[in-house]
Structures are given as structure tokens and as C-alpha cells.
Design a protein around this ligand. Structure first.
Ligand code: NAI
Length: 245
């Protein structure tokens, strides 16, 4: 039976690139995003199906536990197994701490961090019964080093790193590997919002003097989900073109 991968927030950006790459690797794909409109005017599901694997969209707000619970139940019913979970959904609500609202802070924590608890617990419980599985979460260089204007985002991504290590320790004996990737500056709709000033400040710090592409994240995630990474767990792989050395 083909293996199944769920990728949260996979209608576009890094999530869509990961879905395409895992489909090339032979996984059936459970897409997720907030609503069906995210998949309109968008050929990502067709591209995945053209590779000969099965694919279906499961809409849910991953910051909400009850919606995640229903989604995991639906995916299990549709595909039979859940072999890979990619915690990719994420948002930014940037601003300097002095002016950041409580709402801006809470929203980013709920979507970026609480979602990782919801999905890792629920998919992890399925994987425990299967005695195998791979979980990869999207952290960020901001979670490793901090970034002015992103105290909410940094907190959420730093927490993901701590959660990755904790889940790896809890699930390792059950044959489940839990890792994270920490991208630097990647071309996606999320980073399209940055100002020219923010972009050039970032570029000057990157050893490779270019931004990354979503496919360059997907390649490392594919490795972490492969048998070649069968003895890799609790790790955070930075993918930033040498942002910090
Ligand atoms: P994006 O904004 O292009 O895509 C994120 C997707 O998540 C969107 O489709 C959005 O609708 C979905 N989403 C948002 N809230 C959701 C929710 N509550 N439930 C379900 N889906 C939800 O972002 P991008 O750039 O592709 O980022 C993907 C991940 O990679 C995020 O976790 C982000 O923090 C992380 N990352 C991105 C970097 C970059 O430079 N683009 C750098 C470091 C990390």
C-alpha cells in the first residue's frame, strides 16, 4: 500500500513544493489549508495527481484542536495510514515589541505553535499504532537567532525546535522520527510582503548572496522523510544559504 503524507498549509509556497516533491517520491498526498478557495486558480493538486499518486484536500484551521481531530480521522478513513506529517502552516504578524498587540502575539502562537502540538499529538497517535512515521516541522532561522520585529514569530519557531526535540524523545522508541528544518529567506507569498529595505538587509548576510527557492526546502524535507534518514531524529537542519556561520 502506498504511504500517505499530510502537509499543512499546502495550497502554495513551501507547503505546495513539499507536496509535489513527496508525490514524486511516491506518497499519496493529503493537502490541507484553511479553505477550498486557497486551491482555486491553482494547479498544485492536478500536478500531484499527474504523478500517479492519490491526492485529496482536507480543509481545517490547524490552530483548532477539534478541526485537527476531525481532519486526522478523515485522512485515516480515506487513505488508511498516516506515514508522514509535515507541520508547514504558518503566518507572520510582524511589528516591534513596543507596538505589538496582544492579538498579533496570540494569533501567531496559535497558528504556528499550537498547531504543531495539535497535529503532532493526533498524527503521532496514529503513527504509534503503526509503529512507524516521520514528522518534519517548519521552524525558521528566526527561531534559532531571533529577529527584530518578530518576537511572536521567533517565540513560535523557537518553541517548534523545543517541541521537535521533546517529541523525538517521546516517540523514538516507537519507530517515529521527528525533525525540523529552519529555512532562511525563501521566495514565497509570505516573503513577498517584505520591503525592499528588509530584503537587501537580509541578502547582505547570506553567504550564497541569493534567496532560497521552495524546492530547496522540499529536497531536504524529502530526505528526512526517506529511509536514508532512518537514524536521524531530534535534529534541526538550517537551510539558509549560509545565513549564519
Ligand atoms: P505562505 O504564506 O506562502 O504559506 C503558508 C500557508 O499556510 C498558506 O497557504 C496559508 O493559507 C496556510 N495557513 C495559514 N494559517 C493556517 C491555518 N490556521 N490552518 C491551515 N493552514 C494555514 O508561507 P511559506 O513562506 O510557504 O511558509 C511555509 C512555512 O515555512 C511557514 O511555517 C513559515 O513560517 C516557514 N518559513 C518560511 C520562510 C520563508 O522565507 N518563506 C522562512 C522560514 C520559515
Amino acid at each position: 500500500m502506498a504511504k500517505t503524507a499530510i502537509i499543512t498549509g499546502s495550497s502554495r509556497g513551501i507547503g505546495a513544493a513539499i507536496a509535489l516533491r513527496l508525490a514524486k517520491d511516491g506518497f499519496n498526498i493529503a493537502f490541507n489549508d484553511l479553505n477550498m478557495s486557497m486551491f482555486e486558480n491553482n494547479d498544485i493538486t492536478d500536478k500531484v495527481k499527474a504523478l500517479g499518486v492519490e491526492a485529496e484536500i482536507f480543509c481545517a484551521d490547524v490552530s483548532k484542536y477539534d478541526q485537527c481531530e476531525q481532519m486526522i480521522k478523515d485522512i485515516k478513513e480515506r487513505f488508511g495510514t498516516i506515514d508522514v506529517l509535515i507541520n508547514n502552516a504558518g503566518i507572520t504578524r510582524d511589528g516591534l515589541m513596543a507596538r505589538m498587540s496582544e492579538e498579533q502575539y496570540d494569533m501567531v502562537i496559535a497558528v504556528n505553535q499550537k498547531s504543531v502540538f495539535n497535529m503532532t499529538k493526533l498524527a503521532g497517535n496514529v503513527m504509534i499504532r503503526q509503529k512507524s512515521g516521520k514528522i518534519v516541522s517548519l521552524a525558521s532561522v528566526t527561531g534559532l537567532y531571533g529577529n527584530p520585529g518578530q518576537i511572536n514569530y521567533a517565540a513560535s519557531k523557537g518553541a517548534i525546535i523545543a517541541m521537535t526535540k521533546t517529541a523525538a524523545k517521546e516517540l523514538g522508541s516507537r519507530g517515529i522520527c521527528v525533525n525540523a528544518v529552519a529555512p532562511g529567506f525563501i521566495h514565497t507569498p509570505m516573503t513577498d510582503k517584505l520591503t525592499e529595505e528588509q530584503r537587501s538587509a537580509m541578502l547582505s548576510r547570506i553567504a550564497m548572496k541569493r534567496y532560497g527557492e521552495p524546492e530547496e526546502i522540499a529536497g531536504v524535507v524529502s530526505f528526512l522523510c526517506s529511509d536514508d534518514a532512518s537514524y536521524v531524529t531530534g535534529q534541526v537542519i538550517e537551510i539558509s544559504g549560509g545565513l549564519s556561520m
